[in-house]
Design a protein around this ligand. Structure first.
Ligand SMILES: NC(=O)c1ccc[n+]([C@@H]2O[C@H](COP(=O)([O-])OP(=O)(O)OC[C@H]3O[C@@H](n4cnc5c(N)ncnc54)[C@H](O)[C@@H]3O)[C@@H](O)[C@H]2O)c1
Ligand SMILES: [Zn+2]
Ligand SMILES: [Zn+2]
Length: 372
């Protein structure tokens, strides 16, 4: 039996509590990870604020990295001591989508139940009651047991924070551009919303060889940071002027609008802006996730008449075992300056403050650091 200090979500809209939980040893097919870093992604905040219903108590966090400390039966013991990134969507490898090579939309992932593959959890409170793990990995914990399919070893030399960011924001944003939308060299790209996900879309557009990269945010500091990552044009969004945003994107792109627009916020109004900014033949790639039950609208006639397209991108179409090491390699070569996304390091106890900053749109990526 181990101990784990973890951020536990119990009720929507209420602060998380920092608790010391008991952590059982890994069962067959499971891996025990000592966490080194966990990013604070807006998806955790969606859960914390009740935008997406999740069962509590549950340990939050899904963008994490650590060192393997122990393995269950059937797992290669050589993994022990290896630094790993965690995928928040451990694939089942047997459902139809996995067999089609589309692990990012697996329908049998243990992540759907926020538990191990057998539906149980290794975490308990002192009274013996079980605690779930968000997306089966609950990375805001000093130690975790996770399904082996969630663990991806990375090449030497990748700092823990970079590994953690590859686990969500980077794979989601870079992958949306180079995998889901497969932006060709020379295309024009706009990115609406510059959090960890949108800034990763900007890095992806640079790698893809986009000729213009237009960035949009309400926060000028985010626009400046995007400039360091490769943005060539910018539009400062005024929340009460949606048409101004659309006109600004079109003017900056030339040729009637950008070939691709990436929406990385998850608001109905910015989704509508993404579609409205497209020229004939353009593609809107939706990456931001709304609250449950929300719809977005667009004018139907010009959409069809102009042969425009909308695509949804989950996890940047990531096949973690293949793509995580690739992104890590690109980081090591200096082609993905992932460390620039980090604007704050914090202890778990400061998580609510980090959520406040994220809610106000003030944070790029804030990283929980685990000392052991
Ligand atoms: N599709 C996926 O697989 C996937 C994976 C991870 C995260 N997400 C989602 O992506 C979204 C972004 O995540 P994040 O962590 O980068 O969030 P974030 O909160 O860090 O970033 C959002 C950005 O949007 C800006 N913004 C807010 N309102 C705006 C407006 N009206 N116009 C222009 N800019 C505005 C904010 O200033 C901020 O910079 C979230 O909805 C998250 O849940 C999706
Ligand atoms: Zn995330
Ligand atoms: Zn599957």
């Amino acid at each position: 039996m181990f101990e784990s200090r973890a951020a536990v979500f119990t009720d929507a809209g209420h602060p998380v509590s920092i608790e010391t939980l008991a952590l059982d040893v890994p069962q067959p097919g499971e891996v025990l990870v000592r966490m080194t870093s966990s990013g604070v992604c807006h998806s955790d905040l969606h859960v914390r604020d009740g935008h997406w219903e999740r069962p509590g108590p549950i340990v939050l966090g899904h963008e994490g990295a650590g060192i393997v400390e122990a393995v269950g039966e059937g797992i290669n013991p050589e993994l022990i001591g290896r630094p790993v990134a965690l995928t928040w969507y451990a694939p089942c490898l047997t459902c139809r989508n996995c067999q089609l090579g589309r692990q990012w939309i697996c329908t049998g992932s243990p992540a759907l139940g926020h538990a191990m593959t057998d539906g149980t959890t290794r975490l308990t409170r002192p009274d013996g009651s079980p605690v779930l793990s968000y997306l089966s990995i609950g990375t805001m914990a000093s130690r975790q047991v996770v399904p082996a399919a969630a663990v991806v070893p990375l090449p030497d030399g990748v700092p823990p924070e970079v590994a953690a960011l590859i686990g969500c924001g980077v794979s989601t944003g870079v992958g949306a551009v180079i995998k889901t939308a497969a932006v060709p060299a020379g295309a024009t790209v706009a990115v609406i919303g510059l959090g960890g996900v949108g800034l990763s879309c900007v890095m992806g557009a640079k790698i893809a060889g986009a000729s213009r990269i237009i960035v949009v945010d309400v926060n000028r500091q985010k626009i400046e940071l995007a400039g360091e990552l490769g943005a060539t044009h910018w539009v400062h969004a005024a929340k009460d002027d949606p048409k101004g945003v659309v006109d600004g994107i079109r003017a900056a792109a030339g040729n009637g609008g950008p070939d691709f627009v990436f929406e990385a916020i998850g608001l109905p109004e910015t989704i509508s802006q993404a579609v409205a900014a497209l020229p004939p033949g353009g593609t809107a790639c939706l990456v931001g996730l709304t609250r449950y039950g929300q719809s977005a609208s667009f004018e139907a006639f010009p959409f069809v008449d102009g042969g425009r397209r909308i695509i949804g991108s989950n996890y940047g179409s990531a096949v973690a075992a293949v793509d995580f090491p690739r992104y890590a390699e690109m980081y090591l070569q200096g082609r993905l300056p992932i460390e620039k996304l980090i604007d704050r390091r914090l202890d778990l106890a400061e998580l609510e403050d980090a959520f406040d900053r994220l809610r106000a749109g003030q944070a790029a990526r804030q990283m929980v650091v685990f000392e052991d």
